[in-house]
Ligand binder design. Structure first.
Ligand code: GLN
Length: 283
């Protein structure tokens, strides 16, 4: 039997190899919250207590999985996003803080309007569609994804968060919305080129779904070309398309919106100062 204090020392030592100090402490809190329902205060109060062998094994097993690269969100089955607890599993991309910034841009633009028709392309966990359904009053949100397991998880998330979203399992390269019916289209499509893999963390490149991350080397902005075509048809005049971008291709994507079909295109930086978001307005 080990005390909590001893176990914490051991966990910190083992996790130091893969996380910096701040991340390590955050992950330790997530582990204890998942295994014991304990908060930071409980960790202090219980420091001298002995842990059962069962609990110790469970904690050590999670650290083993983290050391092999598995993301903590897949281990706990949970990710915090835009004030919500989302269920996430290996079939969907773990929602990122940059995507919260994209959602905030949309809510800043549209939060006071009602009855908006909204489409999210490649919804994954449903994070964007659900956040918008909860923040845009009386909106009608539709979300599509070609992955069966993404649609299942997104539906489950929408139900548990009481968000009204219509999900369609379909392929964006085949499916198209009815013409001039939408006020907002949003997408965070795959945008990482294969040669960027070398700089990526194991927990992203080996554990998160490749089809949600990677594009083909010979046409890295292919998903954006298709989304531009969908938006040019499906948006009402004056409607907005919002996209998350790979900063490396920000200018290439932006040049897709230079034709007179589009009246405005704005790029926005994320909180790290990278060109991460685009808004295009249909003429
Ligand atoms: N932002 C994600 C990352 O950097 C990628 C998301 C995407 O490809 N759309 O890992």
């Amino acid at each position: 039997m080990a005390t909590l204090r001893e176990e914490l020392i051991e966990m910190r030592r083992r996790l130091s190899g893969i996380y910096d100090h701040r991340e390590r402490e955050a992950v330790i809190l997530l582990i204890f919250s998942h295994v014991k329902g304990w908060s930071r205060v409980d960790l202090i109060i219980n420091e001298g207590k002995e842990l059962s062998d069962f609990t110790k094994n469970e904690l050590d097993g999670i650290v083993d999985r983290l050391l092999l690269g598995e993301p903590i969100q897949y281990i706990t089955g949970n990710a915090r996003f835009h004030g919500m607890d989302l269920k996430v599993g290996p079939g969907v991309l773990i929602p990122r803080p940059e995507t919260e910034e994209l959602i905030d841009w949309i809510i800043d633009d549209a939060g006071s309007k009602e009855d908006l028709e909204v489409l999210d392309i490649g919804t994954g966990s449903g994070c964007i569609a659900i956040a918008l359904a909860r923040n845009l009053p009386f909106s009608n949100v539709t979300a599509i994804d070609f992955s069966e397991s993404a649609i299942e998880q997104a539906k489950e998330n929408a139900t548990s968060l009481r968000a009204k979203v219509s999900f369609i399992k379909t392929d964006m390269y085949v499916w198209c919305p009815a013409p001039q019916t939408l006020d907002i289209i949003v997408s965070n499509p795959p945008y990482i080129a294969p040669d960027e893999k070398v700089d990526m963390e194991v927990r992203v490149k080996d554990f998160e779904p490749a089809e949600a991350l990677f594009v083909e080397a010979d046409d890295p902005i292919k998903p954006y070309k298709r989304i531009e075509a969908i938006a040019a048809r499906g948006l009402k005049p004056g409607g907005h398309l919002y996209l998350e971008l790979n900063p490396r291709y920000a200018e290439d994507v932006s040049s897709l919106f230079k034709s007179n079909v589009w009246q405005d295109v704005d790029l926005r930086l994320d909180s790290y100062g990278k060109k991460r978001m685009l808004r295009a307005t249909l003429s």
